[in-house]
Design a protein around this ligand. Structure first.
Ligand code: TYD
Ligand code: MG
Length: 452
């Protein structure tokens, strides 16, 4: 009989403690400890096995062609060109964002057998969804089961190329006493799936729900175990969904995939710029178009600022899709270097379309849109504004300027304001007029006129 006792584990970094702690001494996260049953039976003694096997690297065959294409280009790109056989992908996201839908649509085009293991919905519910998504694949199998032993047995029986586990929070191993959804179960289930996938060479997509704090509930620890972690993001009031790789052993983590949720499932957005610009109001003060590199693709998007007088002593700074601290810095630069008085005003900033931008190349657009809203001036909506803003008010050069300019030209923009440091990287092209700027005041003057 194995004995067990209760321990507390940090759901962020797996630090173990004998009592509950409010703050984790290892990773400093608050309120992250959960109660877990730990088996304390005697460990088996260590034995060195007699038989071992290894191979010369020249004898092992593996090519990029082995990847399994899901046929959904945006998904395949984020994966690094398709699913790698024997790999485990963690697909995380808020409940209701569309993870099951995406996984099901991705399975529909795979030529080989796919086993969809559902712990959340019944076979009938899966059937209803598949009818809605018009899935007719003959190689799509469904298993409603949550006990991992049974699942592994079914996998061995069916011999699929891809297995989908929906979701990891509902799965359990019967030899453990912990209930499903606990850290121990999630970790042990994933480790076993990982081991089996590598042994039998099938790919596994594990679906995991994310908690409000942005952690994949418990499975934050899974990030270390699995090969690839992709996150499905979006705002519930927007139909756009963005797929982002956070870790990828078989590809880059810069690529994003853009989707739109429709009545009949997710639709790929192959030209995101068009989508993010489509709702832009004609010529409103405070709206500026900029370009952000998302992986290898430049995406044009609209930055919106609303500046209002503050009636209280302490003005508000609220940003959606942009780092709040970065916004504060840019506002200080704007005030000090370009003489735009924003210190006593409320500033609300929004990246239209629900995008989250981390690239400094949008700095200049943030400054210009704020200045434009404050002074109630309009920036021509055929102009794109690109540049990083330094603390001295200088405009610093950005990467991939050629690509950004090409994209702007393709979408019919007529003018681009870019850092003078990028002048060398640019071959002059006909339709798009380019203005180079060295500092913030210059950029303000070029876009909204003299600050008087
Ligand atoms: P779902 O894939 O069940 O989300 P998750 O698995 O991440 O919890 O998607 C649920 C949402 O998507 C739900 O609000 C309904 C919506 N939806 C559509 O709008 N169109 C569709 O074709 C489908 C299948 C779902
Ligand atoms: Mg689901």
């Amino acid at each position: 009989m194995s004995k067990s006792k209760i321990k507390y584990i940090c759901s962020n970094c797996a630090y173990e403690s004998v009592r509950w702690l409010g703050k984790c001494p290892e990773c400093d996260s608050w309120n992250s400890f959960t109660e877990e049953l730990i088996e304390t039976g005697r460990r088996k003694s260590f034995k060195v096995p007699q038989k071992v096997s290894f191979h010369k690297i020249t004898e092992i065959t593996a090519t990029e062609e082995d990847r399994i294409k899901t046929g959904i280009t945006e998904f395949d790109r984020v994966l690094g060109g398709g699913l790698m056989p024997g790999s485990v992908v963690l697909l995380g996201g808020d409940p209701g964002i569309g993870k099951s839908t995406l996984a099901m649509q991705a399975s529909a085009n795979i030529k080989n057998k796919v086993l969809y293991v559902t712990g959340e919905e019944s076979e009938k519910q899966i059937k209803l969804r598949s009818s809605r998504l018009k899935i007719t694949s003959d190689e799509f199998y469904v298993l409603a089961e949550t006990e991992l032993g049974q699942i592994i047995a079914s996998i061995n029986n069916l011999d699929p190329a891809v297995v989908i586990i929906d979701s990891i929070q509902t799965m359990y191993r019967s030899e453990l006493e912990n209930s499903p959804g606990t850290i121990t179960q999630i970790r042990e289930c994933t480790s076993l799936l990982m081991e089996e996938a590598k042994k039998k060479n099938y790919s596994v997509i594990i679906i995991g729900h994310v908690t409000k704090e942005g952690m994949i509930a418990g499975p934050k620890l899974l990030e270390h175990i699995v090969d690839t972690v992709i996150q499905f993001e979006g705002e519930s009031n927007h139909s756009f969904r963005i797929l982002r790789a956070q870790k990828n052993r078989f590809g880059s983590t810069n690529e994003i995939g853009v989707f739109e949720m429709h009545e009949v499932g997710l639709r790929e957005v192959t030209n995101p710029s068009e989508l993010f610009l489509s709702e832009r109001e004609k010529q409103t003060p405070g709206s500026v178009i900029t370009s952000s590199m998302e992986g290898t693709r430049p995406i044009l998007l609209e930055v919106q600022a609303l500046v209002t007088p503050s009636n209280y002593g302490y003005p508000q700074r609220v940003s959606t899709g942009f780092d709040q601290r970065r916004l504060s810095i840019l506002l200080a630069v704007l005030e000090k270097r370009a003489n735009i008085r924003v210190s006593s005003a409320n500033v609300f900033l929004n990246m239209a379309g629900g995008l989250r931008i981390q690239e400094p190349a949008v700095d200049l657009a943030v400054c210009i849109s704020t200045a434009a809203s404050l002074l109630n001036r309009v920036v021509d909506n055929q102009t794109v504004v690109i540049g990083e803003v330094g603390l001295g008010g200088e405009i610093r050069s950005v990467g991939n300027i050629e690509k950004r300019i090409q994209e702007a030209e393709k979408l019919g923009f007529t003018r681009a304001i870019i850092p003078s440091g990028n002048e060398k990287g640019i071959k002059s092209s006909g339709k798009l007029k380019i203005a180079f700027v060295e500092n913030l005041s210059q950029a303000v003057e070029l876009t909204i006129g003299r600050n008087t």
